[in-house]
Design a protein around this ligand. Structure first.
Ligand code: AMP
Length: 143
């Protein structure tokens, strides 16, 4: 299955973004409002500059209680692993597992075209496995 098919199946293809100079309090408000775990960081709304997830806040909170007074730029990850709409789901899933992150932005023609989360991946993988199981079941019980 291709990443583009996953994007098409999502209820919204809008990617929630935040500017690097926004505050961490603003980030927390966005995460809560949209019920999501990570936000793409971009100054112009389309060019990817980083990704920031709830984990970036939580990990720093342990050693620095003032993290909420920082900017997003201070805590975001700038070396972002991305994928394209034609990439294979299994390969993206393997990267998420190996690198231990739950979000991969989809970039097409140099701009952010969507985001795939581990939740999207698991949902499609289960659908695929159920389909295969039903096919095998009807094959075994035919006639
Ligand atoms: P997550 O599991 O997605 O909440 O993120 C865990 C950590 O990996 C955080 O430090 C994120 O900033 C970082 N991260 C999340 N997604 C990516 C990605 N696609 N590429 C690089 N780092 C990421």
């Amino acid at each position: 299955m291709r990443i583009g098919e996953i994007l098409e199946a999502k209820s919204t293809r809008d990617v929630v973004t935040i500017r690097p100079d926004a505050g961490v309090r603003e980030l927390l408000a966005l995460l809560a409002e949209h019920n999501i775990g990570a936000v793409v960081v971009t100054s112009d709304g389309t060019t990817l500059e980083g990704i920031v997830s709830e984990r970036d806040v939580v990990r720093r909170l342990h050693s620095d209680g003032t993290v909420v007074d920082n900017t997003v730029a201070a805590i975001m990850t700038t070396a972002v692993e991305t994928c394209g709409p034609d990439d294979d789901l299994d390969e993206v899933m393997a990267t998420m597992t190996a690198r231990r992150f739950r979000h991969v932005p989809v970039v097409a023609d140099g701009t952010v075209a969507g985001i795939v989360s581990i939740g999207d991946v698991v949902k499609h993988k289960i659908g695929q496995l159920q389909f295969e199981r039903d096919q095998l079941d009807s094959y075994v019980h035919q006639g």
